[in-house]
Design a protein around this ligand. Structure first.
Ligand SMILES: Nc1ncnc2c1ncn2[C@@H]1O[C@H](COP(=O)(O)OP(=O)(O)OP(=O)(O)O)[C@@H](O)[C@H]1O
Ligand SMILES: [Mg+2]
Length: 381
């Protein structure tokens, strides 16, 4: 059952300094991912690793901030419970930890998660570089900041989302490649991330080979959907990042989805990508592999000074009507540096005066939550 707890009130407190510990694989018997806070950071003239791209670290010769476990998990009275998705350990995601995090919450009134069904939002667009991974990471983080229990699944062998929230995995570390091959369960590969409350099932380059290995396996399109059954009770929201190609991992992501969210930029190819992605969703519905619906289209890198921005918006409004989300993600160079610092936009902008990216994603999460609620209400009616 999903949490029925009321979300906490909005807070403007600053987030705490992130831990420099390596993320821990949650499942028993799984490998620990070694710290990335190695040699590079020993060269850093700043003794402590700050939580954001602060002044000290701008001087650091190693641009990567090590991946983190989140300080709140170290305060858990039962170390073995750290972030474990097993039911008896769920208090590790509970109120005591929520109260230890004072970061930016969602803008506007807080949004409680629905407690009847886990939402699975797949982020997809066949065009590359339209902001899928940026959207997946920061939307998931925005919900985690609002105390939803969130899992981000990286289904792209480029592993951009993993790089942003965890860092590079060592060769052979548990990842979604193992889940696709059937050699690990989803719980085996889930790990903590630099965003407290947000868990991640990471990707690695081995995912490319894994997809080729299972190409003739019966049930190959439903591997992820079946894997998700084991963790249904542990998360309010699952966000899945996908690759640009319509490969088996992407098909699995669409099949596993309850909703599909499609980012677009003014590029005509990105608009074409909206069409091919929504067609793919329809075709998978037709053959009863999924019941996913398109939740909406989100405009990325919005710049109101450019006429192409408005032109693209008008075209999408015409083609998709109210599927076009009102919230836009404005052009913001901070998104480009997030992967190098292994932080989401909320951590990166924490000490900045202007928090444009954080504001955009808080607003987007709010609108997405409202859409999830209305989509559920219309299904129930
Ligand atoms: N709002 C934004 N403003 C400026 N740059 C952005 C914005 N959103 C994303 N970017 C940048 O655009 C580039 C592509 O973004 P991202 O990697 O999220 O796209 P993608 O669709 O996941 O790419 P791929 O298809 O290769 O997986 C990245 O460098 C990212 O930092
Ligand atoms: Mg990507």
């Amino acid at each position: 059952m999903l949490s029925t707890e009321a979300p906490q009130v909005l807070s403007t407190e600053a987030p705490q300094v992130l831990s420099t510990e390596a993320p821990q694989v949650l499942s028993t018997g799984a490998l620990k991912v070694p710290s990335t806070a190695g040699a590079q950071h020993r060269r850093c003239p700043a003794p402590q690793v700050p939580s954001t791209a602060g002044a000290q670290h701008r001087r650091c010769p190693a641009p990567q901030v090590p991946s983190t476990t989140g300080a709140q998990h170290r305060r858990c009275p039962a170390p073995k419970h750290r972030g474990c998705p097993a039911p008896e350990h769920r208090r590790c995601l509970g109120a005591e930890h929520r109260s230890t995090r004072g970061a930016q919450k969602l803008a506007g009134s807080a949004i409680p998660p629905d407690n009847t069904l886990m939402n699975v939002i797949t982020i997809a667009n066949r065009k590359g570089g339209v902001g899928k991974s940026t959207l997946a990471v920061n939307l998931a983080s925005a919900f985690a900041l609002s105390d939803w229990r969130v899992l981000l699944i990286d289904m792209d062998s480029q592993a951009s989302a993993t790089a942003t929230l965890v860092g590079d995995l060592p060769d052979g570390a548990p990842s979604m490649a193992h889940v696709m091959l059937g050699s690990s369960t989803l719980a085996d590969v889930i790990t903590t991330s630099s965003r407290p409350g947000l868990h991640i099932a990471p990707a690695a380059k081995e995912l490319t080979h894994a997809q080729l290995t299972i190409v003739s396996k019966p049930g190959r399109e439903t591997i992820l959907k079946r894997a998700l059954r084991d963790i249904t009770d542990h998360y309010d929201l699952v966000v899945i990042d996908t690759a640009p190609e319509q490969q088996l991992a992407t098909v699995n992501s669409l099949v596993a989805a309850s909703h599909v969210l499609m980012p677009f930029t003014p590029d005509p190819k990105a608009l074409e990508g909206l069409r091919t992605t929504s067609e793919a969703v329809r075709e998978l519905n037709d053959v009863e592999l999924t019941q996913a619906t398109v939740l909406g289209c989100v405009q990325i890198a919005y710049d109101r000074r450019l006429s192409v921005t408005e032109d693209a918006r008008e075209q999408v409004a015409e083609a998709y009507g109210d599927k076009l989300l009102e919230t836009v993600i404005r052009t913001n160079a901070n998104f480009v540096v997030c992967p190098a610092w292994h932080h989401d936009i909320f951590a990166l902008e924490e000490k900045e005066r202007r928090k444009r990216g954080s504001e955009d994603f808080s607003a987007l999460a709010h609108e997405v939550a409202q859409r999830l609620n209305s989509s559920r209400a219309s299904v129930a009616a």
